[in-house]
Write a protein that binds this ligand. Structure first.
Ligand code: SAM
Length: 234
C-alpha cells in the first residue's frame, strides 16, 4: 500500500477513509494483520494493523523488507493522446522503471488537457501493483520547445522517429551507459518537420527506429522503454 507518511521502526501510520475501506472493507483485514507499505522514499516496510475502523485506522511499522530501489535516471517524455491511452503510457512507464514522466505539448498534439493528479494516481497504482518502492513523478504538461530550450546538458535523448531507419542506441550504449537519459514519443500526428529538425540538431539526440511499421504512441512508448532497458538498463 502506498502511503504519504514517513516510514520507520515503530512509526505509527494513520489511514485515510479510502485506505481503511480498501484494507478493512475490501481486503477484510483485522487488527494484527500484516501490510506492506511504501512511500517512495523509505523503501518497503512491513506494518501491523493496530486499529481497524470504517472511516480510518492505524498501522505500526515493524521492519523494513526492501530498501528503496531508485530506478535509472530515465525520463519518459510523450505527447498526450486520448485519455485512456495516456493513462496506459503512464502506467507502463511506471511499471517499466521510468524515474520521471513528462507529458509534452508538440505542434500536432491534440489539445487534450491532462489531469496531472489523475496521472500521478495511475503511476502510484502501477508502482503498488509491481511491488516497487519508488513512484515516478508525473510532471505538469510542458511545451516541447521550452523543454528543449532548457535541455539539461548531460541528458541523452532517445528520439523515436518513425521517419528514420536504424537504431543509434547500441552505439550510444557504449559511450553513454551511465548518463541520464530521456525517451521522446510523439503524438498521433507525429512530429512536425520543424520539430524533427530541432530534435535531430540536439547534440545529445540519438534517433531510433522502432521497426518498419508505424506504431501507436502507446505501443511505441512500451517498445522504446524495452529497447532502452535492453541497451542501457541496469
Ligand atoms: N507520424 C505518424 C503519422 O502521422 O501517422 C504516426 C506517429 S506515431 C502514431 C506516434 C509516435 O510514435 C511517433 O511520433 C514516434 O515517436 C513513435 N513511433 C511510432 N512508430 C515508430 C517507429 N516505427 N519508429 C520510431 N518511432 C515510432
Amino acid at each position: 500500500l502506498y502511503v504519504e507518511h514517513p516510514l520507520g521502526a515503530g512509526q505509527t501510520v494513520p489511514l485515510d477513509r479510502d485506505q481503511a475501506h480498501y484494507l478493512f472493507g475490501v481486503m477484510r483485514l483485522a487488527a494484527g494483520a500484516a501490510v506492506a507499505l511504501f512511500n517512495g522514499k523509505d523503501g518497503e516496510w512491513l506494518a501491523e494493523v493496530a486499529e481497524a475502523g470504517k472511516r480510518g485506522g492505524t498501522l505500526v511499522c515493524q521492519e523494513q523488507t526492501k530498501p528503496l530501489q531508485l530506478p535509472p535516471d530515465l525520463w519518459l517524455m510523450f505527447a498526450p493522446i486520448k485519455k485512456a491511452r495516456t493513462d496506459f503510457i503512464v502506467e507502463k512507464a511506471a511499471e517499466m522503471g521510468a524515474a520521471r514522466i513528462l507529458p509534452v505539448q508538440t505542434e500536432f498534439t491534440n489539445s487534450e488537457r491532462i489531469r496531472q493528479d489523475r496521472l500521478q494516481a495511475h503511476a502510484v497504482e502501477a508502482a503498488e501493483q509491481c511491488g516497487g518502492t519508488y513512484v515516478p513523478e508525473v510532471a505538469d504538461l510542458q511545451k516541447l520547445p521550452r523543454v528543449l530550450d532548457q535541455w539539461p546538458a548531460g541528458r541523452q535523448l532517445m528520439f523515436c522517429d518513425e521517419a528514420e531507419v536504424g537504431n543509434a542506441l547500441q552505439l550510444a550504449a557504449q559511450t553513454q551507459k551511465d548518463a541520464p537519459w530521456a525517451i521522446l514519443i510523439g503524438p498521433e500526428g507525429g512530429f512536425s518537420e520543424a520539430e524533427r529538425k530541432r530534435l535531430h540538431a540536439l547534440p545529445q539526440s540519438h534517433v531510433v527506429s522502432l521497426g518498419p511499421r508505424i506504431l501507436r504512441a502507446d505501443t511505441a512508448a512500451v517498445a522504446a522503454m524495452t529497447l532502452w532497458q535492453q541497451a542501457l538498463g541496469d
